[in-house]
Design a protein around this ligand. Sequence first.
Ligand SMILES: Nc1ncnc2c1ncn2[C@@H]1O[C@H](COP(=O)(O)OP(=O)(O)O)[C@@H](O)[C@H]1O
Ligand SMILES: [Mg+2]
Length: 437
Amino acid sequence: MIGSGPPLAASLSRARLILRATTIGLLCFQQLVLLFLGWFWLLMIFAGRQRRQDWFGSVVADLFRSLGATFIKVGQIMSTRPDIVPEYVTRALERLQDDVGPFPFDLVAQTIKEDLGGTVAEVFAEFAPVPLASASVSQVHKARLRDGRVVAVKVRRPQVVELCGFDLVVMRLGARLLARIPTIGALSPEAVVEEFGRAVFAQLDFRIEAGNNRRFRRNFRSSTDVVFPEVIAELSTERILCMSFIEGTKILAVARTWADPRRIARLGLQALLKMIFEDGFVHADLHPGNIFITVDHKIALLDLCLVGELDPPHRRAFARFFAAWAQRDGDTMARLMYSMSANAPDDKAAFEAYRAAVIEFVGRYWGQRLGEVQVGRVLLDMLAILRRHRVRMNPAFTIVNIAIAVTEGIGKQLDPSLDLMAEALPYFLAHPVDLGA
Ligand SMILES: Nc1ncnc2c1ncn2[C@@H]1O[C@H](COP(=O)(O)OP(=O)(O)O)[C@@H](O)[C@H]1O
Ligand SMILES: [Mg+2]
């Protein structure tokens, strides 16, 4: 008998889970063997440390690619986390693309029918069958509503929740095993998997993006320069996000528009600083593919699944952190980061070693004008110090640091003279800096 209720379904999916776990295990094992063979070879030919590290990075990246959607997403998130993985791994993971081919239009039509209660032709006046973009989690179609509005419809890939669910179970298991190895255990792999799992699942439920969209639109309602698509609530569900279509170009193609790149660079940076210091609600996936310049020269931000939230104490601490930096006060910076760490160990010697490393690091920038320093680079190097000293900073704080580094990087491509510290100064001055506290 087929389809005889839950027991069969449960055992079926258990069988699939075991199959998936086995596949993952075998692929890991294969890459591990490859890693050792390559490593051994590089030692034999006296290749330098750099080449061994590059080899390690490329094997890890290949592993993530071969493991599919969930791992590609996790790899992409890891590539922005120098606080967790070393730079030679982030560099390799940065190249992970999730440009899997589109899924068939039938399945788009089926999702629309199930969720919106009508056929594509009933709900939309026009609907482009070929997607504008397709990724491992979803694809986006251009369409027109019956009232004439042009929309972008983001539709979730079928089965992706199930697949991510399986993969997450296997990752948890792996993390539990890895946690037993003392050097890795100190990095709390189980907490890291939970954090990444949440980030992946936030991208699977479009109601989260719709909610974030509402908050951003509220925070930026008086801005004339920064816009977000308008979500059409009655046509949006967990699996469908229907929103106003943004007519424009991706930010790094700004040269092809009439917009002034220097103005755009400053506006983008100002928008980020407002998110951090005024709203405490920060877009956490600000890569250039998610930032558009509209035809009327505004900045439009898309893809709002991932956000970082800073409550008022963290916002203040962050402002003080920068103020301390402006005064080259490494000691205060070290203490602030330590006080916001999730796992601050109580070990005095370890703390002193960490504090000395931060002070030494900040001292290296003596003599350079702040405007000359690439703030993002410094923040990322700082995160690497934290990683080496096993200080796990509050994730929101890390996300904000990365958002700054990415935005500054894009901004400097548009305007090399962009000066983050100068733009941010008003925000630091707005927060009383009693560095003694
Ligand atoms: N509201 C919109 N207007 C115009 N294009 C959009 C809109 N939303 C998404 N797109 C297009 O679809 C692409 C993917 O959408 P995005 O929300 O970034 O999803 P993903 O998570 O797959 O990156 C965007 O880079 C953009 O080209
Ligand atoms: Mg995107």
